[in-house]
Design a protein around this ligand. Structure first.
Ligand code: DC
Length: 214
């Protein structure tokens, strides 16, 4: 691959897009950015100082100074931080600052894999290949439930399902950069697919997109 390859992966929470993004990044030897962590970092910062999540000025301040090298997945992946992230993600000024940082990451070298909600539609509309990964809410809630319990946490399946539905609704209906597939995205429904099958499907599509470009 001579020209930089950029891969945009979008989809709702627990759809499998993160695992797929990491696998693809390793396969192509590209840097990977989980953009959800950038919104989580902003939500987490507000939670830590005990400020309401609608404090837009502070949220923007944190977003403008985000250090992509310091995003701690272990801390930020907590389920409740996902809810906080979704709430700060409705603020256009927060989005503008984070999108800026995400674009800088994507254009800094030989290409990149970015996953999130608006990568194919807003952050990298000219990406080499775009994927939209989805799965039924029940399957996503089951995956998240297993993940939390495997890590020693306690959570009720019904609560997780309700949280995911609320988060989907907020992410899909916000005015600025709502979650939706880009017109030219390849859809992958992982409801009845394991990660290996999703990876093969994605790889096939990306290889064709790269070949078509060359
Ligand atoms: O992918 P995740 O669960 O870590 O994302 C957490 C929240 O961040 C998600 O509910 C909405 C927001 N988000 C966003 O608005 N745009 C992105 N590109 C990534 C995440």
């Amino acid at each position: 691959m001579s020209e930089p390859v950029t891969i945009a992966i979008d989809g709702p929470a627990a759809s499998g897009k993160g695992t797929l993004a990491r696998r693809l990044a390793a396969h192509f030897g590209l840097p990977h950015l989980d953009t959800g962590l950038t919104y989580r970092a902003v939500g987490h910062a507000l939670m830590q100082v005990g400020l309401p999540l609608d404090n837009e000025d502070l949220a923007v301040e944190v977003a403008e100074h985000i250090d992509l090298g310091a995003l701690d997945r272990d801390v930020l992946s907590a389920h409740e931080i996902g809810e906080a992230a979704s709430r700060v993600a409705v603020m256009p000024r927060v989005r503008a600052a984070l999108v800026d940082a995400q674009r800088r990451f994507a254009s800094s070298g030989k290409g990149a894999v970015l996953d999130g909600r608006d990568i194919g539609t807003v952050v990298l509309p000219g990406a080499t290949a775009k994927l939209y990964v989805t799965a039924s809410p029940e399957v996503r809630a089951r995956r998240r439930h297993e993940e939390i319990n495997c890590n020693g946490g306690e959570a009720k399946y019904d609560d997780i399902l309700a949280d995911l539905r609320r988060r989907d609704e907020r992410d899909m209906s916000r005015a600025d950069s709502p979650l939706k597939p880009a017109d030219d995205a390849h859809l992958i429904d992982t409801t009845e697919m394991d990660i290996e099958a999703a990876f093969r499907t994605a790889l096939d599509f990306i290889e064709k997109a790269v070949a078509a470009r060359n």
